[in-house]
Ligand binder design. Structure first.
Ligand code: FES
Length: 106
């Protein structure tokens, strides 16, 4: 288990324990964290699980793959740290990660 903090657009923080091997999206949904819709259930198709990864964590979470980039393009979100949380696998290296969520997933 690692501790992940999800921050809503209004600043409300949710720090939860997430099992290794889950996705960041599953960590939010399974802990009833609001702000992640995940309409497609983690298939990289809907773009409603966006999070913003702060600069210091971007090397740890890695870069978005081509398919993830294509799905995010449809949302026209210019944030440089945007990622689809269903495409980030939770590992021990993510212990302490803080991600922010957009005001809306649509
Ligand atoms: S849950 Fe649909 S793209 Fe992540």
């Amino acid at each position: 288990m690692v501790r992940i903090t999800y921050v809503e657009a209004d600043g409300c923080e949710h720090t939860v324990e997430v099992k290794l091997g889950l996705s960041l999206m599953q960590g939010a949904v399974w802990n009833s964290v609001p702000g992640i819709v995940a309409e497609c259930g983690g298939n990289c198709a809907c773009g409603t699980c966006r999070v913003y990864v702060e600069e210091p964590w971007r090397d740890v979470t890695g870069q978005a793959a081509d398919m993830e980039e294509a799905t995010m393009e449809a949302r026209e979100d210019p944030h440089p740290g945007k990622r689809l949380s269903c495409q980030i696998k939770v590992t021990e290296d993510l212990d302490g990660l803080v991600v922010r969520m957009p005001p809306s997933q649509f």
